[in-house]
Ligand binder design. Structure first.
Ligand code: GFB
Length: 317
């Protein structure tokens, strides 16, 4: 692994705002920042509705964050994306525009906007590198969310160019981990299948249902690794090009379902519901640029799934 790039910004002694901290990623960033000597500021959507410009302006003027992790977003898995397009595009556009513009007005020193791997074209060459942004049509099931996230990347770039703000953006691949959403209608695949395999085992069933063909290929990153990468980038990256975050390993959804069955201790086999969408056929990020800066994921998939299942058993089941 490359030696870690020199820090370009220090969180030491800074007032650091992590929004969306009750979500899986925000909570993991808060956990990660506990080992940094900074003052943590957190907000939930009940405390500050980031879709309302006046609320954002009032909160930021009163609390004066110096560094911002812009994590808050309306998120969900393939079905939620496909069936709630207005929420996914409007909420995310409003959140990003309000926070980024107010960050400039209130003199925020550094802001990291969390994008998503779904910003890249459906037919992008694999592994997908950062230059593929806006080179082709998007995956239809999550185009609304993708358009909003692309706008966030562009906002960060525009504020760098016009105002010289040190705003950056990062694109993590599909995330999972403790604090994930396990609701079957709105969750992503890893949480959904952990929950379904658990229920099948508890009910003595022979199978659990997996949406689609099982053939899509995905890369998964454990959320605490993602949080570590976000903090790493906050301190060591300053450029207008968004930067990919992924461990570089892929598997099919069928293989994921089998790994989850092992972790849960479910003896049966998954079945596939072809009436449900597959979404993007393959999503693997080229994270070479991040690797060159000296960052690497450390949690293997099954290890991460085991930790996530332990959290599920304690908090949800
Ligand atoms: O995780 P997921 O919803 O997100 O689905 P995407 C990944 C794959 O798992 C798809 C399949 O091929 C799904 O059809 N899958 C199988 C399931 N069973 C299930 C299940 O029970 N629940 C879910 N949710 N999927 C997301 C975007 O796309 O990518 C998000 O929709 C986000 O907005 C994320 O950007 C990175 O990988 O298809």
């Amino acid at each position: 692994m490359a030696k870690a790039a020199k820090p370009v910004y220090s969180l030491h002694g800074k007032r650091v705002w992590v929004n969306g901290y009750r979500g899986m990623v925000g909570a993991a960033v808060v956990r990660r920042l506990q080992s940094e000597s900074c003052t943590l500021l957190t907000t939930t959507s009940e405390e500050v509705d980031l879709r309302r410009q006046s609320d954002v302006e009032a909160w930021m003027a009163a609390n004066r964050p110096q560094a911002v992790f812009l994590i808050a977003a309306t998120v969900g898995g393939i079905l939620a994306n496909d069936t709630r397009p207005a929420e996914f595009i409007y909420d995310n556009l409003a959140i990003e525009a309000n926070v980024i513009d107010t960050a400039r007005k209130t003199g925020v020193e550094k802001l990291l906007f969390m994008g998503s791997a779904c910003v890249y074209p459906r037919e992008a060459p694999q592994p997908i590198n950062e230059d593929c942004l806006l080179t082709g049509p998007l995956e239809p099931t999550n185009q609304w969310y993708a358009v909003a996230k692309i706008a966030g990347v562009k906002l960060a770039q525009a504020y760098r160019r016009q105002y010289g703000c040190d705003f950056i953006s990062a694109q993590p691949i599909n995330l999972f981990g403790p604090g994930d959403n396990f609701d079957l209608e709105s969750s992503h695949v890893a949480a959904a299948l952990l929950s379904k395999a658990h229920a099948a085992k508890a009910d003595g069933k022979a199978t659990f249902e997996v949406w689609g063909s099982g053939n899509p290929v995905r890369e998964f990153l454990y959320v605490d690794d993602a949080a570590d990468a976000l903090v790493f980038l906050m301190e060591r990256y300053s450029d207008e090009l968004p930067i990919n975050i992924g461990p570089g390993q892929v598997l099919t959804i069928r293989e994921l379902a089998e790994a989850i069955a092992r972790v849960v201790g479910f003896q049966g086999a998954p079945t596939f519901d072809a009436s449900k969408p597959d979404g993007m056929p393959k999503k693997l990020l080229d994270s070479t640029r991040l690797g060159r800066l000296g960052w690497k994921a450390t949690t293997g998939l099954e290890d991460g799934l085991r930790k996530t299942y332990a959290w599920f058993l304690e908090n949800v089941a």
